[in-house]
Design a protein around this ligand. Structure first.
Ligand SMILES: Nc1ncnc2c1ncn2[C@@H]1O[C@H](COP(=O)(O)OP(=O)(O)OP(=O)(O)O)[C@@H](O)[C@H]1O
Ligand SMILES: O=C(O)C1=C[C@@H](O)[C@@H](O)[C@H](O)C1
Length: 296
């Protein structure tokens, strides 16, 4: 009952970020524009509100014929607004077929489950939950790191399973960022398969970079080893963890490979991708999972 109340409380207290506040670098990714927007341009223009139309007048005036020239010269820069439109359209396209099912994001620590999950939830009009935060709430605010330290990993894993069970039984239309290790217990898959699970597959080097940048204080499984520089330490630990559970992520309904998106969009590095690029691809992969499910 207490845990149910905690879940309920979290339900009402978890804010969804405004993706525009995401601290990632601003980008003028012209290829992105070319790839994603070209196919959607007619619809985007139709969707624009009058004030936004004025703001984006350059986009409207671009014909297919001369768009690549403008793209080359950099005159046609895509703004977060462009990405938002594509994201929203994708979410609206796929939403009726999701049929209210919840989404469970799985992936290694630092893979962006929380960041991308919040963006997806907002685009779908779903509620976002972070499984680690739910566990902390169910333990009166004890942090994940403290749970590991004082009670051990076993207790944490039990709490994780309880949280996933409750989420799968109590809620529809939610996007859940699961803990990096949620995939290791088969019972957790039973709950996650009530919805659609999405694996954010990020190269270990990119994960190590992100983790080295923010530190390992909140990630107990990475926190022990302090020998060497933060990037190398993180990469070594992540490689060991990956060996133990890499295969388990493949149980997910859909896989979002950052390497694939990078090459699809013609970028050089996965670090060029914004969380919105990744959220758009996640919807595309969900769509292709649903098509397969329906036998198309
Ligand atoms: N596409 C991205 N590009 C660059 N940095 C990112 C991207 N997505 C997330 N990050 C950053 O990586 C870090 C980890 O992201 P996030 O917390 O969303 O991952 P997570 O999968 O929920 O992690 P954990 O399982 O450890 O809780 C954060 O500092 C976030 O700002
Ligand atoms: O990968 C893992 O096993 C973990 C990831 C985090 O999200 C937390 O759930 C916890 O630190 C364990």
């Amino acid at each position: 009952m207490e845990a149910a109340i905690a879940v309920q409380r979290f339900h009402y207290s978890s804010p969804c970020i405004d993706w525009r506040n995401f601290e990632g670098k601003p980008r003028g990714s012209l290829r992105y524009y070319s790839h994603r927007i070209k196919e959607n341009k007619r619809l985007i223009i139709a969707d624009l509100q009058p004030d936004k139309r004025r703001r984006d007048h350059r986009q409207r005036s671009v014909s297919d014929k001369n768009s690549s020239a403008l793209l080359e010269t950099g005159e046609l820069l895509h703004s977060p607004f462009d990405e938002e439109v594509v994201l929203k359209r994708k979410a609206e396209e796929v939403k009726p077929y999701i049929n209210g099912r919840s989404m469970y994001l799985v992936g290694m620590m630092g893979s962006g489950k929380t960041t991308v999950g919040k963006i997806m939830a907002k685009a779908l009009g779903y509620t976002f939950f972070d499984c680690d935060t739910l566990i902390e709430e169910s333990m009166n605010g004890t942090s994940v790191a403290e749970i590991f330290e004082h009670f051990g990993e076993g207790v944490f894993r039990e709490k994780e399973t309880e949280a996933l069970k409750k989420l799968s039984l109590m809620y529809h239309q939610v996007v859940v960022s699961t803990g990096g290790g949620a995939v290791i217990r088969p019972i957790n898959w039973k709950y996650m398969h009530k919805g659609i699970s999405i694996w954010l597959d990020v190269p270990l080097e990119a994960l190590a970079q992100r983790i080295a940048a923010v530190g390992t204080n909140s990630r107990p499984l990475l926190h022990d080893d302090k020998s060497g520089d933060p990037y190398t330490v993180a990469l070594n630990r992540l490689s060991t963890i990956w060996e133990a559970r890499g295969e388990a992520y493949a149980n997910a309904s859909a896989r979002v490979s950052l390497e694939n998106i990078t090459s699809k969009l013609g970028y050089r590095n996965v670090s060029d991708l914004t969380p919105i690029d990744i959220a758009i691809e996640a919807f595309e992969q969900v769509q292709s999972f649903l098509n397969k499910e329906d036998g198309f």
